[in-house]
Design a protein around this ligand. Structure first.
Ligand code: NIG
Ligand code: FE
Length: 416
């Protein structure tokens, strides 16, 4: 099956030369495009692209099954969203109001709200209910231009509930056209009954949860909320060692509340990414240099909680890569809109549009281990892309915030 997208005003983020698995430092500002372009898709893969003038001389070689006219429109690779908690039972707008009235995120968590509030609702929900809610959220993410997504457990906090969440993610993987990676986040919060002796909860994660999760092959990654008031560096190291033994690669929630040592422990265990990073000192930046760990900023969370902004520019100037994901969850970032993350990258973190695009596609793809196959428009990569509404330029994408500029989405070569 051959599909031709023709008369594309500008085809954005193409790779013609040597392929990159991530863009770091100065490379983040590099982005190739083709004006007045075509894109040829064979089955689920990108077959060819180039200027329309070239297509006109080449076209005799191909028998195209479907033609799509993109006059006045741009084509981009779909977003990769490498950090979400998309499977959850309840929204938490009452805590949102508490926050407006002056309570902090940590205060809400201490009195049993926050993650524990979600855990209670998750325990009461059936697997089917959780699946149906998650499915609608995935559809919404796709309509907004997301083609790959990482989904964490972590609202279970008991063996049975964590397995239930991970089984939901497995079913989403099987049935959704999005590329999905699953992440076991049993160490997301400390259940009330373990307060004061949280090492017993860590033991439960290590001795019971991880082996069961591994037995059923439910997780690609393992995650820990390593932060002030949550899990310590020692807890984190123990959990990561157990996860690695069972074939799960670490990802870390680090430095949201305080400089926690989470970056260092993540790098030590070769985490695929360390995420949040609202609090970053020179030592954290230094430690990431030369590592394979992707620093991942979550602009939606900092916006929603009014947290300090992660020093994205400083990291890029130090030669590091930067990724930006949605952190979609009911407590700190109730939006899966990666177009908004793209805008925030430019407006709040002062990334250029080119850097922001690399941060939300190629680098997030790297942070979920799919950048060999996704994250740019390149021959042989998976045909995941969107066609915009008629817009003036690629800079218009981050400039115009809060609007959906995506008109049509193609995943695995098929229009959705
Ligand atoms: O990434 N920081 C920890 N976990 C989530 C929040 C979870 C919640 O409040 O429900 C986050 O922000
Ligand atoms: Fe998170």
């Amino acid at each position: 099956m051959l599909t031709l997208i023709e008369n594309i005003k500008e085809l954005v983020q193409v790779e013609t030369g040597r392929r990159k698995l991530r863009a770091q430092g100065n490379e983040m500002a590099q982005m190739e495009t083709v004006k007045d372009a075509y894109l040829l898709v064979e089955d689920d893969k990108i077959k060819a692209f180039g200027p329309m003038s070239e297509w006109k001389t080449e076209s005799g070689k191909w028998k195209v099954d479907r033609e799509v006219d993109a006059t006045g429109r741009l084509v981009f690779p779909t977003f990769c969203d490498s950090h979400t908690h998309l499977v959850y039972a309840n929204s938490r707008e009452h805590e949102f109001v508490d926050k407006i009235r002056g309570l902090s995120y940590e205060e809400i968590a201490k009195r049993g709200g926050g993650i524990l509030n979600s855990a209670k609702a998750t325990a009461a929900a059936s697997e089917q209910e959780l699946y149906d809610m998650a499915w609608l959220r995935l559809e919404e993410a796709m309509r907004l231009g997301t083609g790959a997504i990482e989904i964490k457990s972590g609202y279970g906090l008991s063996t049975e509930s964590e397995l239930k969440l991970l089984r939901v993610i497995r079913r989403l993987k099987e049935n959704s056209p999005l590329t999905i990676k699953s992440n076991f986040l049993g160490a997301h919060g400390i259940p009330m009954e373990y307060r004061g002796h949280q090492e017993d909860y860590v033991d439960l994660v290590i001795n019971e949860m991880i082996p069961r999760v591994a037995d059923e092959g439910l997780a690609d990654f393992i995650d820990v909320f390593c932060d002030q008031g949550f899990f310590t560096v020692d807890d984190t190291a123990r959990i990561l060692e157990a996860g690695i033994k069972h074939g799960m690669r670490p990802k870390i929630h680090a430095n949201e509340m305080a400089i926690s040592g989470g970056v260092q422990v993540g790098v030590k265990y070769n985490a695929i990414s360390v995420d949040h990073l609202e609090q970053m000192g020179d030592a954290e930046i230094e430690c990431l240099k030369g590592s394979d760990t992707m620093p991942t900023i979550l602009p939606g969370c900092a916006f929603f909680l009014g947290l300090p902004l992660s020093p994205a520019r400083r990291m890029i100037e130090a030669g590091l890569p930067v990724a930006m994901a949605s952190d979609y969850n009911p407590g700190t970032s109730p939006s899966c809109n990666m177009q908004l993350i793209l805008s925030m990258a430019c407006i709040r973190y002062r990334l250029t549009p080119e850097e922001a695009l690399n941060a939300t596609t190629l680098n997030t793809a790297c942070a979920m281990d799919v950048s060999g196959n996704l994250g740019t428009i390149a021959v042989g990569k998976r045909a995941n892309f969107y066609i915009t509404k008629p817009i003036a330029s690629y800079e218009y994408m981050p400039y115009s915030y809060g609007e959906n500029k995506v008109e049509r989405v193609f995943l695995n070569g098929v229009e959705r």
